[in-house]
Design a protein around this ligand. Structure first.
Ligand code: TYD
Length: 237
């Protein structure tokens, strides 16, 4: 596979074209951003950790029958993915109250829900990724009703598998964000990344955070938290 020109550079990744039109080359960067880009830093090793963790998780999900855009890990910081058109909806699943939910509804941080909560956010940096519902999605023509039903169903399925996976390594899956895309045939595929940048992960015994909250709130060393997750998942660290 040959790496060609850079197609897109985002906050955490660079995406390159390859000699195959349906395959893209992703490079994870060390840049960290939070609060819609207000807090920024370069954290050496973060790109490697997210690439390794996301590769392990997408591979495990594939074994459970959940297809994603992930093809293979190429190196410590690179992977190959199937080209998809990202649907501009961030699908958030919550098992335990934290983050914006606590702020918005005044719930107690750490409250466990009987049933997971699924939320949609409009993926738009200028608007600050606002919360939206299925009717907003319909009016804005972002996805069909069938697609929205499938996003929800897939997100809940991923949640079941991730809860199990993290339980085995003594980690509580608090919440996480997923993105989906349409492939050339229009099929909806899980996309983007699943890493401590996009999940809240708490140690089941101590309640310590192993995720981006370490950076958001300066609670500790982000790389150490991410290294712990990678090591517990059985990856190289
Ligand atoms: P949330 O508590 O809504 O927002 P914040 O990250 O501002 O506290 O986030 C819920 C989960 O979804 C959390 O694990 C972070 C993840 N997430 C992202 O990775 N990116 C996003 O743009 C949003 C809205 C959430």
């Amino acid at each position: 596979m040959e790496k060609r020109g850079c197609l897109y550079e985002g906050k955490a990744k660079r995406i390159y074209e390859t000699d195959k039109p349906e395959v893209l080359w992703v490079e994870y960067k060390d840049d960290a951003t939070a609060f819609n880009g207000v807090k920024k830093d370069v954290l050496t090793g973060k790109g490697r950790l997210n690439n390794e963790i996301s590769s392990v998780i997408f591979s495990l999900l594939a074994r459970e029958g959940i297809k994603s855009h992930f093809i293979e890990r190429l190196s410590e910081t690179e992977q190959l993915i199937r080209k998809v058109t990202i649907i501009p909806i961030e699908v958030v699943v919550r098992n335990i109250a934290a983050g914006s939910l606590v702020k918005r509804l005044g719930l107690t941080r750490g409250q466990r829900f009987d049933q997971p909560i699924v939320e949609f956010y409009y993926k738009d940096d200028e608007l600050g990724d606002p919360l939206m519902n299925e009717e907003h999605i319909r009016v804005m023509g972002l996805a069909t009703e069938d697609e929205v039903a499938s996003l929800k169903e897939k997100a809940l399925e991923v949640n079941e598998h991730l809860i199990e996976l993290f339980k085995k390594i003594d980690v509580d899956l608090v919440d996480f964000k997923l993105e989906f895309g349409r492939d050339i045939s229009g099929k909806v595929l899980l996309a983007d990344e699943i890493s401590p940048d996009t999940c809240r992960l708490w140690d089941s015994k101590t309640g310590d955070s192993f995720d981006k909250d370490l950076f958001r709130f300066g609670q500790g060393n982000l790389q150490e938290g991410y290294e712990t997750i990678l090591a517990r998942l059985g990856g190289k660290s």
